[in-house]
Design a protein around this ligand. Sequence first.
Ligand SMILES: Cc1cc2nc3c(=O)[nH]c(=O)nc-3n(C[C@H](O)[C@H](O)[C@H](O)COP(=O)(O)OP(=O)(O)OC[C@H]3O[C@@H](n4cnc5c(N)ncnc54)[C@H](O)[C@@H]3O)c2cc1C
Length: 374
Amino acid sequence: MEISIIGGGITGLTTALALHKRGIYSTVYEQADHLNEIGAGIWLQPNAVQVLRWLGIYDEVLSNGCILNKMEITYPNLCPIKKIQNHVVSDHHGNQTVAIHRGKLQQILYDQCAKLGIIELGMPYLHYETTDQHTTLHFKDKSVQTDIVLGADGIRSKVRESMKIASVYRPTGQICTRSVVTYNLPDHLKNEGKEVWGNKRRFGFSQLSDDSVYFFTVLNKEISPKSITKESLSKQFDDFDPIVASLINASGNMHTTELMDLKRLNTWHTSHACLLGDAAHATTPNMGQGACQGIEDAYYISDSLKKFKNPQEAFSVFEHQRRKKVDYVVNNSWRFGKLVHQRAGQLALRGMMKMTPEKVMSKQMNALYRVEGL
Ligand SMILES: Cc1cc2nc3c(=O)[nH]c(=O)nc-3n(C[C@H](O)[C@H](O)[C@H](O)COP(=O)(O)OP(=O)(O)OC[C@H]3O[C@@H](n4cnc5c(N)ncnc54)[C@H](O)[C@@H]3O)c2cc1C
């Protein structure tokens, strides 16, 4: 059985490794000619960490990243809105969140795939056609026959288009700027992820490696993305703790983008093709779960393809297993992002956070972090 994965992002690469771990051969086709360390930081929460451990690459990820044993939402002066114990943001095995440069993570995953000879770069996918016998994938410069197509080609998925699954993008009206800076946080902040809330503004940061820090800002779109510079950001956050200004001042390259997600798709699969990761369920980053959900997809689709000979049955079981959690993440992340950027909404969220008992929070987090069988 030939399995072709379109897209060598976090989801596609992890899926190829998960299939390999279960003794199933696949090939990843990535449009880029080479990987470069673009992007900023990413926070991998315990559900993703469990899958990376299962794949045997957690130690390498950790040696390139930084453990965050506290994730806090704070006021502009860095005082937490609600003090919570560290175990609330870890899973029942004690796994915690890991911050890593997105490019580093992708390189680790890519190196594993390259060692196994299961990835081809420079392969922009165009479309596929299917007969009773097989499916032919057409790339820019060549065509390949396959039995199964896994579309891990991101929010603007061409595989999704080929499958004729209608999709609607939902722009949030919020602009996110991200950067990685050479910086050392004071010791008491070294292992903490912070999201600092102001009026219609958010600033998040954490240490990423020994000498680098990742930060992001989220602003309402009334500020034009083109006008975002170091100077304008400094002004936006001038009433925040001074560490915020020093991080902005230390920044070089900044990536600015409007946040958006994908409206719930009617289905993720056909008889021979299935969507994974952002191609199926791109979410806003407010819960820091987009890539984590793609990594979970890798674990579950590999399990399903191992258990069921019939691809459609495998896809159907996979979609059934994944829908509930994915919908929860996408919907809550969307709502949360809207509320936190409105004065009354933020007030309500803060009140809710304060009132929710730690036990309840811990239960909710553990449900989010649960991966069956791990
Ligand atoms: C501001 C921001 C912050 C975020 N922070 C976090 C976080 O802290 N934690 C977290 O878990 N998630 C986070 N996310 C979400 C996360 O970035 C995405 O969910 C994740 O990168 C999706 O991975 P993917 O592999 O599914 O898709 P992508 O990363 O989009 O990868 C798709 C791959 O497919 C390739 N491709 C596309 N088209 C073709 C084609 N036609 N042919 C061949 N190849 C193709 C692309 O080149 C790319 O390599 C964040 C997102 C944003 C926007």
